[in-house]
Design a protein around this ligand. Structure first.
Ligand code: CTP
Length: 427
């Protein structure tokens, strides 16, 4: 690999790391965090906490006690998380969307920050007199509490008894810190800083293989319109791309799936962008490329499209019909040729000379890695065997179902991605 290309990749990787703020927070990718805010002056810091959690890739939903809304508005939290903020236990509108029991089942972690002395007391005694305390009774997710209160309240034996009870029930206690307080006192009881809380939350999760990496995957066929009711397409089912997306999300990656028309549900924790034609798939891929660490082109892109799309349905007047086709753009080559290119992985479904044709595509399209397989045995099927090809090596993956082979592919992609970004940059 040319030295400057290696350097470009290394710099791009480093800047993506910086985007994630710290590598330590990668384990928050794809995690569902219910952020509970209770009434205390530190509630203003919860806005920054919500922002940091979201930036680290977590899906954040906020529940506020009525007292918390006196310190910070639900609108601020809604704007920062992109999700409706829940405040009332008996809110018909909220129950119609995500009811309180559904909300209790949703998170991977409930983080209460700030947790006031009053809230700790109510939870310790098992009360369920507002939405947040009710959720704590109903949830099976781990709970972390970030106490924040005046130092005298913190030092009071009642508070300590409550915390002992809560810790004995398995709740995590984050902080508090010591220092200057809003009321003018100095001592213990300050809420930890948002960055510290986010890091503690991240530490509660195991790190997946692809934690925090941003993956873009194309999948399925494209359709090229002939007229308003007809199109040219192929037999791709989208199963391989969808299996890769599901497995990558399970391994902690932030996955965007750019999908042609298929009959498959969106995998959990994957963001899907729906497209129809090759041109739309290219536009979506270019829009997602900035900040993408790994681009995987699994889509069976139609190589040609009709030179013009008839405005009205074509009538069968003539005995024969000639369609003029023009070449579609090559999506993966376009991505692999970008100046700030992601690690780029292609697929090749071949009907003959699988490895030889695959190897020439790897080179022609400037790919880092390519998985080649036999087209007829793959389309629509659940089982797969694939050749993994790279500039100076090959491996056979499978046979196995597409989920198993997807995991093997991701492990190989990750290993190559790491060795690529660790290529020493020579001067
Ligand atoms: N691909 C793409 N854009 C295209 C065609 C293909 O991005 N217009 C990508 C596919 O997603 C896949 C790889 O290129 O990752 C190889 O696809 P394939 O259809 O096998 O390659 P073609 O270039 O179309 O070669 P062939 O002449 O065999 O059709």
């Amino acid at each position: 690999m040319p030295v400057d290309a290696a350097e470009t990749r290394l710099l791009s990787w480093l800047s993506n790391r910086r985007l994630n703020e710290t590598v330590r927070m990668n384990s928050l990718a794809n995690k569902r965090i219910l952020l509970g805010i209770t009434g205390g002056i530190a509630a203003y810091k919860s806005a920054e906490l919500a922002r940091l959690l979201g930036k680290a890739g977590a899906d954040v939903r906020v529940v506020m006690t009525p007292a918390a809304t006196q310190f910070i508005t639900p609108l601020t939290l809604q704007a920062l998380t992109g999700n409706r903020v829940h405040t009332e236990l008996l809110d018909a509108e909220a129950e119609a969307g995500m009811g309180h029991i559904e909300l209790a089942r949703w998170p991977d972690l409930v983080l209460i920050a700030p947790a006031s002395a009053d809230f700790l007391a109510r939870v310790a005694s098992g009360q369920a007199d507002d939405l947040l305390s009710t959720l704590l009774l109903a949830t099976r997710a781990p709970v972390a509490l970030a106490p924040a209160m005046n130092q005298a309240m913190w030092l009071n034996a009642a508070t300590h008894d409550n915390l002992r009870v809560l810790a004995a029930r398995g709740m995590q206690i984050f902080g508090p810190a010591e220092g200057e307080q809003a009321c003018g006192d100095t001592g213990p009881g300050r809420m930890l800083e948002p960055q510290q809380l986010a890091e503690k939350a991240a530490a509660l999760f195991e790190t997946g293989l692809l934690a925090g990496l941003r993956l873009v995957i194309t999948a399925g066929p494209t359709r090229e319109a002939i007229d308003p009711v007809r199109y040219i397409s192929n037999h791709s089912s989208g199963k391989m791309g969808y299996a890769l997306a599901a497995e990558a999300a399970a391994a902690g990656a932030l996955v965007t799936l750019i999908s042609g028309p298929v009959a498959l549900p969106v995998p959990e924790r994957v963001r899907r962008v729906d497209v129809v034609s090759a041109q739309q798939m290219l536009d979506a891929s270019l829009a997602e490329a900035p900040g993408c660490d790994i681009f995987i082109g699994v889509a069976a892109v139609a190589d040609y499209r009709p030179a013009s799309v008839a405005a009205q349905k074509l009538k069968k007047t003539a005995q024969s019909l000639k369609l003029e086709l023009v070449r579609n753009p090559d999506i993966i080559s376009t991505i692999a040729s970008l100046e700030q290119r992601p690690f780029t992985v292609g697929f090749a479904a071949e009907t003959e000379d699988v490895d030889a044709n695959g190897a020439s595509k790897l080179q022609r399209k400037k790919l880092d890695l390519l998985f080649a397989n036999h087209a007829t045995s793959t389309f629509g099927s659940d089982a797969i065997t694939a050749s993994a090809l790279w500039s100076d090596g090959r491996a056979t993956l499978g046979p196995g179902n597409k989920s198993l082979v997807a995991r093997q592919m991701l492990a190989l992609i990750h290993a190559h991605y790491l060795s690529l970004i660790h290529t020493p940059v020579k001067s």
